[in-house]
Ligand binder design. Sequence first.
Ligand code: FAD
Length: 490
Amino acid sequence: MASLSLSPNPDCRINATIFSPRMQLPRRVVVVSGVSGIHLPAKSSLSASLEKNRKNKVAVVRMSSMSPALHSYDVVVVGAGIIGLSIARQLLIGSELSVAVVDAAVPCSGATGAGQGYIWMVHKVPGSEKWELAMRSRELWEKFAEDIKHQGMDPQEVLGWRKTGSLLVGKTSQDMAALKGKVDQLSKAGLKAELLSSIDLMEVEPALVIGEEGCAAFLPDDYQLDARRSVAYIEKENRKYAIEGRYGEYYNQPVTGWLRSGDGKIEAVQTSKNLLYSKKAIIIATGCWTGSLMQDLTRDLDIELHVPVKPRKGHLLVIENFNSFKMNHGLMEVGYIGHQDATLQPSNLDSGVDHHSETSSISMTATMDSLGNLVLGSSRQFVGFSTEIDKHIINRIWERAREFFPSLRELSLTELEKSREVRVGLRPFMPDGKPMIGPVPGLSNVFLAAGHEGEGLTLALGTAEMVADMVLCNPSKVDKAPYALHGHCS
Ligand SMILES: Cc1cc2nc3c(=O)[nH]c(=O)nc-3n(C[C@H](O)[C@H](O)[C@H](O)COP(=O)(O)OP(=O)(O)OC[C@H]3O[C@@H](n4cnc5c(N)ncnc54)[C@H](O)[C@@H]3O)c2cc1C
C-alpha cells in the first residue's frame, strides 16, 4: 500500500514531506517497519548489506553512522528547483519509471524562488548554441499551458502564465541600430517581431520614457510565468504518481554521499536521513551548488570532473499591489544582454568579496505579475553563496527603474517599506554561458543538469525533455552536444 504524508505547498514553504511509494528494495535489504511512510531498515540488514558491498569492492562514500531508511526508485533526482522538478515531471508523464526527488531544503529555496518569470526570446540570439533548446523549451511551456486549459483550468491562475509580450528597450541611436538588427534577426528566425519607435511606445507603454532616439524590439508572443506557482503546480502533478507508487519526495535532507558498485555504477544516494537506491539513473540538478556537491561526491573516485558552476547572486524588488501606473508588457533594457553575458576575471569570481564596481551590475527589467505586483530587477553579483539582502543593490535597482519610469520618482522606497518584498537568488552561472546537461564521464548512470544562470525557467522544460530522452535512450529532439560534460576517469 502506498502511504502518503501530504501537505499542500502553494507557496513553497513546505517542511519535510516524504511520500513513500510501494518499495521494491534490493533483495538483500529487509524492511522491518513502516511508520507514516518512513520505512526503517533493520540495523543488522544494513550492515550486512554494506559488508557485502565491501566484499564486492563497492566504494562506500561518507556513509552516516546512523542507519538510514532505505528506499528504491528507478530514478533519483537531486535538487527540487525548477530543473529537478521538471525532470521528475517529464519522467513521470513520459515513462513508467518511478522517481524520487531529494532536496537539501525545499523547492524555491534556490534560484527558482527568486526568478522573475520571463519566458522570452527577445534577448536571445537566433542560431546561437542555446537557440534550439530555448525554442523547444518555449514550445513545451506553451503546450503545458494549453494542456492545463484543456483540463478546464486557467493557466494564469495555475502557472501565472500570461502572454504579455516583451519589449527590449534602448535609449540611444546605437541602441536603435542594435535593436533594428535584433528585430531583423528574430523575424528571419520565424518569430513575430517589430521595431517600435518612441512615439509607438508612448501609446503601448505610456509610463515608459526613453527619449526621442529611444525604441524597442517588441515580441508580442513572449510569455511570463510565476516561478513559485509553476513549481507548486508541478509538485502537485508529480505527487499524483505517488498513489501508484511511482513518486517520492525527500525534502530538508541534503545529499551527503553515495554508494558505488564494482561495475562503476552509483547504486544509491545517501541523504542525511535516507538511502535512496536507484535502478536506472541519478540526476544531479542542484543549481549553483552542483560544483561543490560533485567535488565532494567524486573526491574518492578516480574521476576528474570539472564542474565550474558559480553562484551569481541576483536581487529583485517587488512592489506589491502596484497601481501607480499600468504596465502592459514585460520590459528589459538592451544593456541586459551584455550584463548577462559578461565574463568576469577568475579572480573576481573566486574572491567571494563584494567589490561592487568589479563584480556587480544592474540592468533594468520590469514585469507585472499575475497578482498585480510590480517586479523590478535585476542585479548580478559574484559574492559567493551569501543570500543576504544588499540595500545598496536594491537602491541601485530602484534608481535604474526610475530612469525608465519617471513617475516612480514620486514614490519613495522608504514609504514603500511595508508593501515591498526583496527576492534574492543564486543563479547557477557557467563561464561559457551554457548549462551542463548530460551523463557524467566515468559514471554511466549519473547525469548532470545544472548551470542555467538567468534562463533556468525558460529552459526548464527543454532541459527536462533532453534529460528524460537520455535516461530512456530516446533520440534527442534538440542537439545535445553543446551541453555535454567533459572529464575522464583514471
Ligand atoms: C533574481 C533572479 C531572476 C531570475 N529571473 C529569471 C527569469 O525571468 N527567467 C528565467 O528563465 N530564469 C530566471 N532566473 C534564473 C532561474 O531562476 C534559474 O536559472 C533557475 O531557477 C535554476 O534552477 P535550478 O533548479 O537549476 O536551481 P535552484 O532553483 O537553485 O535549485 C537547486 C536546488 O538544489 C538543492 N540542493 C543544493 N545542494 C543540495 C544537496 N547537497 N542535496 C540536495 N539538494 C541540494 C537546493 O536546495 C535547491 O533547491 C532568475 C534568477 C534570479 C536569481
